[in-house]
Design a protein around this ligand. Structure first.
Ligand code: FMN
Length: 161
C-alpha cells in the first residue's frame, strides 16, 4: 500500500485496539497506542463523570510520551471508542497536539450501538487542515466481520486514492 502510514488509537478496554491491529495488518502501517498519563478510573460512574467534564471543558488529559511523531506520515488512521457520543479525550489530546495539516486522516470508531453525536465533527474541528476521509464505525470489535469491514472501508476510502 502506498504512502507512509501511521495508526494511532486510544482504547480503554481493547476493542478499538483490535480494529487498529486489523488496519495495521491490512495496510502495513505503524501502530501507536496512546495512553493518558493518569489511567482512567475502573469505576464506571467515576469514569463517566471525569470524561463528561473533560469533554465539556476541553481540558484533555496529559498523555504518556509516544515514540512515534506524526510528522513523517502522509496518512494517519485515528481510532477511539465512542464515549458519550464523541471521541475519547486522550485521542482529542493527541489530535490537538499534532499538526495534521495536509495529511490524509481516516477515523475509525468502536461503539456499543450508540450514534455518532460529534465524533467526526470533533476530529474535523481539531484538524481543520487535514483531508478527512469517511469514518469507519464498528460495533464493539466487529467479531468475525472485522476483516471484511476494514477491507471494504479501505477499498472505498483509501486504496483507490
Ligand atoms: C465512559 C464510556 C462512555 C461510553 N459512551 C458510549 C456511547 O455514548 N455510545 C456508544 O455506542 N458506546 C459508548 N460506550 C461504549 C464503548 O464505545 C464501547 O464499549 C467500545 O467498544 C469500547 O472500546 P474500547 O474497548 O476500545 O475502549 C461508552 C463506554 C464508556 C466506558
Amino acid at each position: 500500500m502506498e504512502g507512509n502510514i501511521l495508526i494511532v488509537c486510544y482504547s480503554y478496554s481493547g476493542k478499538t485496539r483490535k480494529i487498529a491491529e486489523v488496519i495495521q495488518e491490512q495496510t502495513g502501517g505503524r501502530l501507536s497506542q496512546i495512553y493518558p498519563r493518569q489511567p482512567y478510573p475502573a469505576d464506571f460512574d467515576r469514569l463517566l463523570s471525569q470524561v463528561s467534564e473533560e469533554s465539556r471543558s476541553g481540558k484533555f488529559p496529559m498523555l504518556l510520551p509516544v515514540t512515534e511523531s506524526a510528522d513523517i506520515y502522509d496518512v494517519v488512521f485515528v481510532g477511539s471508542p465512542n464515549w458519550c457520543g464523541t471521541i475519547a479525550p486522550p485521542l482529542a489530546a493527541w489530535l490537538k497536539k499534532n499538526d495534521m495539516a495536509g495529511k490524509v486522516l481516516l477515523p475509525f470508531f468502536s461503539h456499543c450501538g450508540g450514534e455518532d453525536k460529534g465524533m467526526k465533527e470533533t476530529v474535523r474541528k481539531l484538524c481543520p487542515a487535514a483531508k478527512i476521509g469517511s469514518s469507519l464505525y464498528v460495533l464493539e470489535n466487529g467479531r468475525e466481520n472485522l476483516q471484511d469491514m476494514v477491507q471494504t472501508w479501505l477499498e472505498e476510502n483509501f486504496q483507490k486514492k
